[in-house]
Design a binder for this molecule. Structure first.
Ligand SMILES: [Mg+2]
Length: 167
């Protein structure tokens, strides 16, 4: 997978690096990838301080990311740890600002994504996420996608591309 993008630290997006009118915020697990703790054929391996993970990339992710990169400002926002997410981005060869668990708001044992940390007018922000609880404080900004658990025939990202074409 090869996605050309700019490289900058989280929080560095506003201002000079802003290029597009919409900031598309991408979740990782269940949206772009699926992880298990059991190795399977063709999956990628990563290791955090706590454990090993085996990562599968959702079908059509490469095409989707190339599409999204052309049309939107892009960031990844995950409720997972920074250490895990950095390695998933390396697997995806995706070099965009990363917001992780430390940027979330913990509400009743769930990590909600606090879109205010993106420092962008909320009217310009869309969050693609397989868990609606992630954006329950920002329902207008949510872009739902079915949760992916490894089905090789999944084509949700192609459907999302059609939805995003109309933004
Ligand atoms: Mg998710």
């Amino acid at each position: 997978m090869r996605v050309i993008a700019w490289l900058c630290a989280a929080g560095d997006l506003p201002g000079r690096r802003r290029q597009h009118s919409v900031l598309l915020v991408l979740d990782l697990d269940g949206t772009l990838v699926h992880h298990t703790e059991v190795s399977g054929p063709g999956n990628n391996t990563l290791c955090t301080k706590e454990q090993w993970f085996f990562i599968d990339v959702r079908p059509h992710a490469q095409e989707f990311l190339a599409f999204a990169m052309e049309r939107f400002d892009l960031v990844v926002f995950t409720a997972s740890t920074q250490e895990y997410a950095e390695q998933v981005l390396r697997i995806l060869q995706l070099h965009v600002p990363l917001y992780s668990r430390k940027h979330c708001k913990k509400v009743s044992d769930f990590y909600e994504k606090d879109l205010k940390v993106l420092n962008r007018p909320l009217g310009q922000v869309r969050l693609l996420d397989d868990d609606a609880r992630s954006y329950r404080s920002y329902p207008e900004n949510g872009l739902p996608i079915s949760s992916w658990t490894g089905d090789p025939a999944d084509d949700e990202l192609l459907r999302i591309m059609r939805v995003l074409s109309n933004l």
